[in-house]
Write a protein that binds this ligand. Structure first.
Ligand code: NAD
Length: 248
């Protein structure tokens, strides 16, 4: 028996990377999964910045399935740079997709979940929503906003049967990570970033999906308002090479 048997789940960003892995994992765990992405090849091709399209998609899911048990919101974009070099258009793009998109997906998830008195929302934030990074600016601000939105929704809806959590992944092996780490002259960045993960490697999308399936399911029935760090130890603390000095 799967932990999500009989559940209806919506996964956004489902055409690639973490979202695709979440769709696969929730399905393997027994859920009927509805996929959403801006690209074709999913059940609902829409832009999460488009309120009308998001509203319509959730209404359509409800009229088709009659219930909505879980939402994993993974659609997002990378972007940013040092503030004095950052165009306001780029700021708007990143904030609109990552934060406004989360607001809209969560809003229409919550409306239907409140009506049925139960449901679980899992937002994919980032460790960059918990800590600053060089040139992070718009991306980190957007993900910090996702963490805070998650907590506020958990407060507002806990007594009405909704659980709202987010996952803060470290570097995960997806097209988004490769779009930066594989760029010309970025080899140093890729190696340093990988090294900062205490497990010595980037994460796999399936490792985020496992956490998402857990939070989406009743196995996490007493967990809400939580930002679950899944980062191979990246944020555990400082590592300056003492172990090497000790021959370890
Ligand atoms: N890969 C990492 O290292 C990492 C780390 C922390 C957090 N995250 C977050 O995980 C989530 C998934 O990222 P990923 O690494 O799988 O990236 P990805 O680029 O592989 O997948 C992102 C998906 O979101 C979709 N998308 C983008 N803009 C959209 C829009 N406006 N409307 C609908 N769909 C849209 C894309 O088409 C794509 O399928 C993102 O929110 C990202 O910020 C990724």
């Amino acid at each position: 028996m799967g932990r999500l048997d009989g559940a209806v789940a919506v996964v956004t960003g489902a055409a690639s990377g973490i979202g695709a892995a979440c769709a696969e994992r929730l399905s393997a765990d027994g859920a009927q999964v509805v996929t959403v992405d801006i690209t074709e090849g999913v059940d609902y091709a829409l832009d999460v910045r488009d309120e009308g399209a998001v509203e319509e998609a959730f209404a359509s899911v409800m009229s088709h399935f009659g219930r909505l048990d879980a939402v994993v919101h993974a659609a997002g974009v990378i972007g940013g740079g040092p503030v004095h070099l950052l165009d306001s258009d780029e700021w708007d793009r990143v904030l609109d997709v990552n934060l406004k998109g989360t607001f809209l997906v969560d809003k229409y998830s919550a409306i239907h979940m409140l009506a049925q008195g139960r449901g679980s929302i899992v937002n994919i934030a980032s460790i960059e929503g918990l800590e600053g990074t060089e040139g992070g600016s718009a991306y980190n601000a957007s993900k910090g906003g996702v963490v805070m939105l998650t907590k506020c929704m958990a407060i507002d809806y806990g007594r009405r049967g909704l659980r709202v959590n987010c996952i803060c992944p470290g570097g995960i092996d997806t097209p988004m990570l490769h779009s930066i780490a594989d760029a010309d002259g970025m080899g140093f960045y890729r190696e340093k970033l990988r090294e900062e993960h205490l497990l010595g490697r980037f994460g796999r999308p399936s490792e985020i999906a496992a956490a998402a399936a857990f939070l989406a399911s009743d196995d996490a029935s007493f967990i809400t308002g939580h930002a679950l760090v899944v980062d191979g130890g990246f944020t555990a603390g400082l590592r300056v090479g003492l172990l090497e000095q000790l021959g370890m």
